[in-house]
Structure formats: structure tokens, C-alpha cells
Design a protein. Structure first.
Length: 252
């Protein structure tokens, strides 16, 4: 199969990984980066055009807490509306362009992988997308509980009036944190596959892992509420145990 793949590369005129010079590698990387950048820009333009449905979607957890009549955002600076729309476009472009980014990354590194590594690459890419999406969805679902905690922690003497900038910064940071943190099991499994970490080492260090996971969730959760910290820490520890099981299965 490897010979057939190399033959197809030669027929297509594309240099093989061993035959490519440093300049050719840089040229191919530049092409992949330009395509990924174009995908992000296209996604950003789409998010800019679809700004109102997106902002309504992100505002929904706030409206769940305060009610639809009291969840209005207040703009306190002339340029704040533009900055909010640009922020939505930026995050939307990264989110919508992420499949193309992963595809171009896959196309760039695949020719240099051996047969065994290629077998694991596509499952890893699919799992990374699903885990990231699951983390983002979980953050969105629990965000009303975080809002309730933040509204009540200051006491009845305070009345909350939110600007769209501060609200979006919080909800997008929480969603990004959960999405990135849920890639944690893939990192562990990848380290196990390359032999840098053994499943028995992870099993022996599970107590310390539990402490580090809980402490990390407490430190890095943007909202600072206990519900969000638990919602982050519990899945991460479950993922830690699953990574031990998967590592033992792959070692057989």
C-alpha cells in the first residue's frame, strides 16, 4: 500500500516526503496555512452576516435566568457595538473554519506518517472535533447555573446590568475552556501511543491527578462558580480513567 501511495504521488507530480526539500516543505506549509486562513475569513464573514441569530443564541442562557423582558444588554461606548460584532465574527470564523484547519493539518502531516500512525490519525481528528463540540455544548448548558450564582453572590442590594462585551467575554471564554479541556483524554492516549507515558504510571498517579484536575478547574474556570468547576472537573477525571483503560487495550 505504501508503494502504491508513493506511486500515486509520483504520477501526480507531487514530491514524496523523502524527496521534498526544505523549501518545498515550507512552500506546502504556506499553501496549507493560506487555505486555512481563507476558511477562517470566510467563516468570519458568515458569522458577521449572521450576527443577530448568533448573539440571540449566546444571549439565551442569560434570558433563562432573568426572563426575556429583562435580559437586554446595555452599550456604554460608541464603538462597543462594532467591537461586539467583530468579536462574534472572530470566534465564529475560528469555529466554522476549524474543520478546514484540521483537514489541511491532516493533509500536511499524513505523507510523513507510517501506516500505523495513519490508522490512528482519522479517529483522533474525529474524536477531537466531537470532544471539543461536547465541551462547548456542556458549557452552554451549565452557563445559566453560573449566571444564577453570579447574580446571587453579591446579595440583594446589587442589580446587575451587563454590557455585551463583558457577557460575551465570559460565555465565550467558558465555552472555549471546556472545549479545549475536553481534548485532555486525546493528549493522554497520544502520549501512551508514542510510549512517553505508560497506563500503569497513570494508574499509580490517579490520586495526584484528581487533586491537580480539581485545582485546575478551580483556578481556570472563568465564572468561578462551584457548579461550573464540578462540571469541568468530573468529566476530566472520568476521561483520565478512560485514558488508562484505552491505553491498556492498545498495549495488547
Amino acid at each position: 500500500m505504501a508503494l502504491q501511495f508513493l506511486a500515486r504521488l509520483r504520477r501526480s507530480g507531487r514530491p514524496t516526503p523523502d524527496a521534498m526539500t526544505l523549501a518545498e516543505h515550507i512552500g506546502e506549509l504556506r499553501t496549507r496555512v493560506l487555505i486555512a486562513t481563507a476558511a477562517v475569513l470566510a467563516g468570519g464573514i458568515a458569522a458577521f452576516v449572521l450576527y443577530q441569530p448568533i448573539i440571540d443564541f449566546l444571549q439565551h442562557p442569560y434570558c433563562q435566568v432573568t426572563g426575556p423582558r429583562h435580559c437586554t444588554f446595555y452599550v456604554t461606548a460608541p464603538l462597543q457595538g462594532l467591537s461586539v460584532r467583530m468579536k462574534v465574527a472572530t470566534y465564529g470564523g475560528l469555529f466554522l473554519g476549524s474543520p478546514i484547519i484540521l483537514w489541511e493539518l491532516w493533509r500536511f502531516i499524513t505523507p510523513g506518517l507510517n501506516r500505523k500512525e495513519k490508522r490512528y490519525l482519522i479517529p483522533f481528528v474525529l474524536a477531537s472535533v466531537l470532544l471539543f463540540a461536547f465541551g462547548v455544548a456542556l458549557a452552554y448548558v451549565i452557563f445559566p447555573h453560573a449566571m444564577q450564582f453570579l447574580d446571587s453572590i453579591g446579595g440583594p442590594s446589587l442589580r446587575q446590568i451587563y454590557s455585551p462585551t463583558s457577557y460575551l467575554s465570559l460565555v465565550l471564554a467558558l465555552m472555549a475552556l471546556f472545549g479545549v479541556a475536553f481534548e485532555f483524554p486525546l493528549v493522554l492516549v497520544g502520549l501512551e501511543l508514542v510510549g512517553l507515558v505508560q497506563p500503569r504510571t497513570l494508574a499509580h498517579g490517579r490520586r495526584w491527578a484528581f487533586v491537580i484536575i480539581v485545582a485546575g478547574a478551580a483556578i481556570f474556570t472563568p465564572s468561578g462558580d462551584p457548579f461550573s468547576m464540578l462540571a469541568l472537573a468530573v468529566p476530566l477525571y472520568v476521561f483520565y480513567e478512560l485514558a488508562i483503560v484505552i491505553g491498556r487495550l492498545l498495549a495488547r
